[in-house]
Write a protein that binds this ligand. Sequence first.
Ligand code: ADP
Ligand code: MG
Length: 696
Amino acid sequence: MRLDADITYIPGVGAKRAELLKKEIGITTVADLLAYYPYKYVDRSRFYYVRDIDETMPHIQIKGRILSTEYVGEGRTKRYVAHFSDGTGFVDLVWFQGVRYVEGKYRLNTDYIVFGKPNRFGSRINIAHPEIEPYLEQKAQTTQGFQPMYNTTEKMKSNFLNSNALRKIIKTALGIVGDEKETLPDWLIKKYALYPRSKTLEQIHFPQNTDSLNKARHRLKFEELFYIQLSILRQSKYREQRYRGFVFGKVGDIFNNFYEKCLPFSLTAAQKRVLKEIRSDMNSGRQMNRLLQGDVGSGKTIVALMSALIALDNNFQACMMAPTEILAIQHFQTFEQLVRPLGIKIALLTGSTKKSERALLHKQLRDGTLQLLIGTHALLEDNVEFQNLGFVVIDEQHRFGVAQRAKLWTKNVQPPHILVMTATPIPRTLAMTLYGDLDVSVLNELPPGRKPIQTFHYFDNKRNALNGFLLNQIEKGYQIYVVYPLIQESEKMDLKNLEDGFLYIKEHFPSYKVSMVHGKMKPTEKELEMHRFLIGETQIMVATTVIEVGVNVPNASVMVIENAERFGLSQLHQLRGRVGRGAEQSYCILMSKYELTKETRQRLETMVRTNDGFEIAEADLQLRGPGDIDGTQQSGLPFDLKIANLAQDGKLLQFAREVAQEILQTDPFLESEQNTLLLSQLEKMQRNAINWSSIS
Ligand code: ADP
Ligand code: MG
């Protein structure tokens, strides 16, 4: 049977099951089915005594007899119970559903193997919906070792397509597909002592022992990570060949004058180093694709501006895209003020830019009089045409989708140099997977004189003390943020929380002025309130996470985060980064409800413990898994990870990358005969993935 055959060709899979498999877990072909790996395995090589089992145990197996059966309860709680014993104790086998199917199926006083998860019900131990097999037939199977468990949905279960049924189907399928076609070249399998494909599939589903299971896992994880790396690295080689980069040969008057006359502070060593890296990219003849990672407050903006000045020095235009209007405005104002003495033509373009103004902007961009453009995604619109765009900065890049970033590539006949910046530090393993083809610069140093932010986690019983503390800070002349969860899922409730919070603050701080900003306000209103806070007209800013990224109010000394349990780690870290921007001691207060899950408690503890964005990102990855990390969804990981886990398989990823690099070193386009399989596999994968070629 062919691997791409429909699953209905497998005996035991009829139209109804096929439909379920497709709808519920996306399986249509035999290959899909075999790639549906178990989520865990149960050791079936030993029997437990009934007297030894308790509700803390995972799935176990016992051997014994059914002594009697009965119906218990009425109506919705009615259930079928078999009283089971192995001579050492008693356990109840219980069915809530499918009773008609079970009733009369098992004989009394006959040896059975019972398999399931023990639970406690009052003083008795029971096993609900156990799996039961006659003892004799089972004999041969007890030596089989590990039994795979598959994830199934409620709907599948209620249609008798549970883990057990899936296991039988997969077993049948493995029996008839015959030798699986290899998906890695022979030489590679030999060189790295990997399991061959068919053995791998057999052992991942029905492992003989721990060792063979580990080897099967290793091969599958390696393969998955290896092809991703191969694909990314090959793509970047291709891109390098296809596109030349604009050559910015000189650092001229604009840059030098800025450096000497306008720069309000001296650069940190890290800023200088990163500027050098960027400068050398711009002069290399290759198109730059660089990711600038730097914790909040590390001073990325000035690096972006100065890089743009190099483009201007070489008679190119530059632009910078920010994810929110507030941020774009702030960048624009900062830049305009900084470069004012240089007489540079600089402008702002957002969704709220007036039509007449817009027309003028478009014209000046086309004829080249406008040199530096700051804006939101409004920059991406087709009618925004540059005369000669040479350099693009994308701030807080994780806020943008792949397609949006790709659009900027097309704004000149050959792609401009691209600098993407992020304050969401990405753990190394994730960066290698997501941005494996980008060069990475890191600002690992904060400007001098900053005091580390002190973070505390409080419950509501500290509310009065907190108010006293806030009052004290305001009296000293500082400002305060109070942040509420984003208005979204339960829009009405969130908005109410925010408005209640606003009223509460006004009531408790009657002699001070309070601003409120949230995502449902008109951009102009938002901007006005932000501005009032920025210039110190209001002392307290009550807001949702719209203030999360980038905004800079150095006089703010306290960040209070309400319902902190509802925020992710990296989001909390971003919010905290809004304070601590001046030289004074600043504080972050996490307010939460009393009952917290273990994970949430760990999250808040991490925040209290450390200010290090990279440590927080690692913790986030460990706690939540990569799928949930801010930005991974939008940034469009081109392939699903079925079995490898970025949080755990960092070493293997590194290894897979090295293997891919080594191959491409000698055969960049996979043209040699020994690599034809690699090429065809890549092409197959890319047909199934989204179109992501030439996207950074
Ligand atoms: P982020 O990396 O989070 O975008 P910013 O670029 O907004 O950080 O910088 C944060 C603050 O630090 C700004 O007020 C900026 O003017 C200031 N800053 C940046 N670089 C330096 C420096 N080398 N010395 C002193 N202050 C600096
Ligand atoms: Mg920033």
